[in-house]
Design a protein around this ligand. Structure first.
Ligand code: SF4
Length: 351
């Protein structure tokens, strides 16, 4: 196949979206944006991006940030391991070795020649301008269609083969722009849901899936694994001091985040839930618990089917691992994962 980069880059320079991390493409900005965009659409990620940078404007600030604050800045984006991993790297490296920035003259057509040591990770190519590939879901989709290749893109061997192809086309003079152009083409033209917009595609004349009429069936993905259904009982306990929040364990699902008190893999009656709270040291008022609307949350491998009860309590100390959080504290300090979206208003309401 002829080299795709001239047509791709011409299209990219004429059609790319103006995005803050492109207008000011320091390695930190590009790196942060790419971590955010791994599981989030650009339009949804942008407000978080601005908020994050306002609070943590550079790598030293990121490295020094408390985990609680880090989670709060990420609240609403989900997949919190992304932000923990984001912080791990500068904490492991010498901060000064990562505190690189592109010169102010860096433009999209003059890729950032940063000489810093941000190693590995999805944003290295765009952040550093070095000739290495950035192969995300967008790029895999474009290449599986371009070559009409139905290899399973979740298979590491297939991904390596696709990566080699991406590298074959990468122009030495503009590796960062090339990587971004591929991602942009995948996001705007060779789209994931619905039919690709082939009539707008700068690579249409080369595309083998378009010629074969197979674009819609590519890329091939493994059939999703069946999810485990887990019943969860949760208690929204409110007192004059606020709502009772419990911190999740440091490892595992939703690690370190906050939740209403809950019991996984258990379906409890209101009386049983009250007795469990009493065993924790939380005494609720004797009025009947109110059953809340059932809700579900789907993780990649588990589906939580939640039944909630509302309890009232007098002022009392919080048990170990729990806090009474006022609505203001809940808004400013404690990160509640999206799994509890259905109960968020109730949790944030004062007694
Ligand atoms: Fe994707 Fe269509 Fe372009 Fe092929 S021609 S790369 S299927 S948008």
């Amino acid at each position: 196949m002829e080299n795709i980069s001239p047509a791709l880059l011409n299209w990219f320079y004429a059609n790319h979206r103006i995005l803050p991390f492109r207008s000011d493409p320091t390695p930190y900005h590009v790196w942060l944006s790419e971590i955010m965009l791994q599981q989030t659409r650009v339009s949804a990620a942008l407000p978080y991006y601005e908020r994050f940078l306002a609070a943590l404007p550079d790598i030293p600030a990121l490295a020094a940030c408390e985990e609680e604050k880090l989670h709060k800045l990420w609240e609403g984006l989900g997949y919190y391991s992304r932000v923990r991993n984001l912080q791990k790297r500068p904490r492991r490296s010498s901060v000064s070795s990562m505190a690189v920035s592109c010169p102010p003259t860096t433009t999209l057509s003059a890729p950032c020649p940063a000489s810093g040591t941000i190693r590995q990770g999805p944003s290295l190519p765009s952040a550093s301008g070095l000739p290495v590939p950035a192969v995300d879901g967008n790029v895999l989709r474009v290449f599986s269609r371009l070559y009409n290749d139905d290899g399973l893109i979740t298979d590491p061997k297939v991904k390596r083969a696709f990566t080699a192809r991406v590298m074959e086309h990468q122009p030495p003079a503009a590796p960062g722009d090339y990587n971004q152009a591929l991602m942009e083409l995948g996001a705007l033209v060779c789209v994931p849901n619905g039919a690709p917009l082939c009539e707008q595609c700068p690579l249409a004349h080369l595309c083998q899936a378009r010629a074969a009429g197979t674009a819609l069936s590519l890329p091939r993905k493994a059939a999703p694994k069946a999810r485990r259904i887990e019943p969860v009982t949760l208690a929204v306990v409110r007192s004059p001091a606020g709502v009772l929040l419990q911190q999740r364990p440091e490892k595992g699902l939703l690690a370190g985040l906050w939740q209403p008190v809950l019991w996984e893999n258990e379906t409890l009656t209101p009386d049983e839930a009250r007795a469990r709270l009493a065993a924790l040291g939380v005494t609720c008022t004797p009025d009947a618990a109110k059953a809340l609307r059932p809700a579900k949350h789907i993780f990649s491998h588990i589906e939580w089917q939640m039944q909630g009860y509302l309890f009232a309590a007098d002022t009392q100390p919080a048990p170990a691992g729990c806090v009474w959080a006022s609505p203001e504290q809940l808004a400013a300090e404690y990160t509640l994962p999206g799994a509890f979206k259905a109960y968020k208003k109730l949790l944030a309401a004062a007694l």
